[in-house]
Design a protein around this ligand. Sequence first.
Ligand code: 13P
Ligand code: 13P
Ligand code: MG
Ligand code: MG
Length: 380
Amino acid sequence: MSGGARTTLSVIKADIGSIAGHHKAHPDTLLAASRVLAEGKKKGIITDFYVTAVGDDIQLIMTHSKGPNSPQIHELAWDAFKEATKVAKELGLYAAGQDLLSDTFSGNVRGLGPGVAEMEFAERPSEPVAIFMADKTEPSAFNLPLYKIFADPFNTVGLVIDPRMHDGFVFTVLDLYEGKAVDLAVPGELYDLLALIGTTSRYVIKYIHRRDGEPAAVVSSERLNLIAGKYIGKDDPVMAVRLQSGFPALGEALEAFSFPHLVAGWMRGSHFGPLMPVGLKDAKMTRFDGPPRVLGLGFNIKEGRLIGPVDLFDDIAFDEARREASLVAEYMRRHGPFMPHRLGPDEMEYTTLPDVLKRLEGRFRPFDLGYKPVIKHEEL
Ligand code: 13P
Ligand code: 13P
Ligand code: MG
Ligand code: MG
């Protein structure tokens, strides 16, 4: 481990309302959030910050020295989202305050709605990181790319040829139903890992550490639909990944997104669609409120300062992935309201199924060879 200054990287995100539907955050809301963080920087609460958005989700990227779960940092983020919500309400933006499930801050934003990805580490002399932020999907959308980045040598050749990565990584996997977590060391427990994280509706990667304990990646794995007990806002995720010098190379992290895999959360949080990697200029939701998109920003962290960002998917090398995503989007859309485009009944965030079943309750009759359909108009 390196002996540099200990820095905490906190990425906290929320959807506090957007323009013309669940399409894109309004620049004035980003400004309102930025003003609060600028004040926090002036007061020395945070060292640096960068505010961005993908679709209708605003991300506060912050550095500080207070460690994860700091009440002061979470309160600052909460205030930033509150101020942004005020602007959203004033402008009549759609679903203003969507992800702020409580009126008052109580020490920690976890459970209040915002998504949180935080890690603390001793800065290396050069500390490159990538932040990935997605809209119209869920935290387990990162399961597949994280598996590729940290466990698949066909994606990350560093696992084979970099002696500092050769021992592998430990994946912390959350069971969203039970509220429990399990740590699995790969490559040894690779198949157990895949047995879990392939079930994206239940198991979500939360942390990845190198075998020497160095944090490597963190995902915001809060699930708003479970927290709130009903659909209030989906859990569009963010994740931070440390890069280079004993971690995956930047290009290995990006490589994992060249396959636009199917993720849940498109239109009304109720459909599967391909995850399209985009630059900032395309970080907005259009077709069928999507397709689901992921934005990647790269930074260097130097004594807490955020150097950057660079817009990682804004490049011709990802044109084919985007084209493939468009083709897959078209193919999936043709299924209309049919599975597997539409999610299964337990996973949909909007559903009329219970109402329909209730209405038809008395009309379901035993079925056998003598069954006679009711077909006369007046009988229906
Ligand atoms: P570092 O070992 O300098 O992190 O980079 C490896 C590399 O060559 C990236 O492709
Ligand atoms: P968000 O979760 O991004 O607000 O989207 C909601 C939705 O239903 C879009 O179709
Ligand atoms: Mg929204
Ligand atoms: Mg969203």
